[in-house]
Design a protein around this ligand. Sequence first.
Ligand code: UDX
Length: 433
Amino acid sequence: MRVAMIGTGYVGLVSGACFADFGHDVVCIDKDAGKIERLKQGEIPIFEPGLEALVERNVREGRLAFSVDAADAVRAADAVFIAVGTPSRRGDGYADLSYVHAAAEEIAGLMDGFTVVVTKSTVPVGTGDEIEAIIRKARPDAQFAVVSNPEFLREGAAIEDFKRPDRIVVGAEDERAKAVMNELYRPLFLNETPIVFTGRRTSELIKYAANAFLALKITFINEIADLCEAVGADVQQVARGIGLDKRIGNKFLNAGPGYGGSCFPKDTIALVRTAQDAGTPVRLIETTVEINDARKKAMAGRVADVLDGDLTGKVIGVLGLTFKPNTDDMRDAPSLDIVPALQAMGATVQAYDPEGHEAKQMLPGVVFKAGPYEAVEGADAVVIITEWDQFRALDLDRMKALMKSPNVVDLRNIYRPEDMRSRGFRYSSVGRG
Ligand code: UDX
């Protein structure tokens, strides 16, 4: 199959490279000429394990190409994917669809023969109808179908998620389009991946419902963690005790500083707006958003608590800044709330993150260090914000010797309280009362 992928952001690039790896012919298109030039040189703009090698191999073997010009690729394509950004609109939280609409206009002007236009971008319910109307208006006699095919890729595990998904969701009404989508995902039939065919609006909603449910699950365990602290229980054992019930499931029950990233924060807000407009508010999700925002803001207080409430003139070492490990993504990372709050309370912050280079622009006043031991040196307290693997087995005696005072706030529960205490740390974690 011939695929044109409009947008070489996270989703477009990973999906394009994986489709090529399945054996399809893929052209990834982006307006950003500098980015396309760098991609042609084999330079990957994001940090995603395995992606560089995957792109390199598929380019070398002639299945994957990059271009600023959509014309040839769209004309030749069986399926054109829209994988452009849908950021939160400033001020009101609605998804900004201007890039999606622009892509639809562009595709309309170029497509030739029966073409399936697929939205991979996360778009509010009804966007497929809008795309169809845009194309129909520009090309009244064109042969095409608009399909929704949401992605469920986790950053840091995106290639694995694409190639071994729990399910594929396709919202399509047109039989020819269904056949094209079946053919595109045929390589997954080997692992018997279920393909869920639904109506287009249903598919658009599935994506939001999935993300909202996961955000809700995390928020639930975070509140239970607070309760555990108050009553002397252990949230990790609670999570295990409830997670073994198959109706609940053991995933996404790690308590922490609150969820961040490119999807959950923006998609929960967008769902709240859609539901309010439809006159059926999703109050659980409204509350989830509120609780999570407040939680991220409250985390700095935990650091102040271990220093008896006063951070004036104190040095805080921060380990991890990205919203989760194995990504360089800083979008809505809890660190963006925690670090400025520590600074506002009078602390000097020194930090280390293996990939969060963007943090240098986003967190003014922070002293960036070259490694974890440099970041803890001279600190009155250390706070672990992101659970990078390299922080899981630090040389604790070395760390303690480097620190000014042995205070550790572990917001990801990567250490055992009894180990830390026996080594002489004053240790606080999440939900282990
Ligand atoms: C998410 C969805 O998982 C994915 O299906 C969707 O397509 C995009 O959004 P991603 O944002 O990459 O993926 O990361 P994810 O692993 O889901 O984590 C999101 C946030 O939740 C992170 O801040 C993470 O630290 C937090 N989290 C996750 C927890 O605090 N506890 C958990 O148990 C799981």
